[in-house]
Design a protein around this ligand. Structure first.
Ligand code: ADP
Ligand code: MG
Ligand code: MG
Length: 198
């Protein structure tokens, strides 16, 4: 994926990667309480090869992210985040990063996740943060990208927080039913960090 570099996107994605890298233990702990405990390590491995390239186009930055998750990470989250970031990359390829192209990429990425995993909002997964973020971006219309992403971050954070009170219907957290109540879904938390990093 070619095109001109966009410092806003490079900084956004780098900040997101740093946020996750500095939170591996927290993510491990959440998945230990509401899953099988490998989510932190899956994130760590998925991001291990990520390096900032100031000359990379927005599409290339997202494709590097996608490759790490698809090629290296294990677990459900590796496949789902890989598919998500790949769709964002495709939407930005040629178009660059605008409110419209990011909204389209996030909507496509969400569709890929629900096609693969079958989760609906309310199932206590990353979809609970992504679905409201996708709506916020769609509703943002023609506002500037950073403002649209701020709206998306607020929506994703509220969505992630809502997973604390729900019982999982998908993924390993669903195997333990009520015991996962009170634990925020780590995948949804990472999605909220993704938007907040912008
Ligand atoms: P695994 O269950 O394979 O150990 P991970 O620990 O890597 O998966 O990832 C767990 C995260 O993946 C959860 O926090 C949740 O957000 C997300 N997840 C699990 N199943 C699904 C699904 N079917 N659809 C969407 N997201 C899911
Ligand atoms: Mg797990
Ligand atoms: Mg696992």
């Amino acid at each position: 994926p070619g095109g001109a570099a966009d410092p806003f996107v490079t900084t956004w994605v780098s900040s997101f990667v740093e946020r996750v890298r500095s939170s591996i233990d927290e993510l491990t702990d959440l998945d230990r309480r509401a899953g099988d405990g490998d989510f932190g390590v899956n994130m760590q491995i998925g991001l291990a090869d990520f390096a900032v390239d100031e000359n990379a186009s927005p599409a290339a930055v997202f494709e590097i992210l996608a490759r790490g998750f698809l090629g290296n990470a294990g677990g459900t989250s590796g496949a789902l985040f890989g598919a998500f970031f790949h769709r964002v990359s495709v939407a930005l390829d040629g178009a660059g990063a605008s409110t419209a192209s990011v909204a389209a990429g996030v909507a496509d990425g969400l569709a890929a996740i629900t096609d693969l995993g079958g989760a609906q909002p309310g199932d206590k997964t990353m979809v609970d943060a992504l679905d409201p973020a996708a709506r916020a971006l769609r509703d943002a219309g023609s506002v500037e990208l950073s403002a649209a992403l701020a709206e998306a971050a607020e929506a994703a954070t509220r969505g992630a927080e809502s997973t604390t009170d729900t019982v999982a219907q998908r993924g390993r957290a669903s195997y333990i039913g009520d015991a996962a109540r009170g634990v925020i879904d780590p995948g949804a938390l990472v999605v909220s960090w993704f938007f907040a990093a912008a």
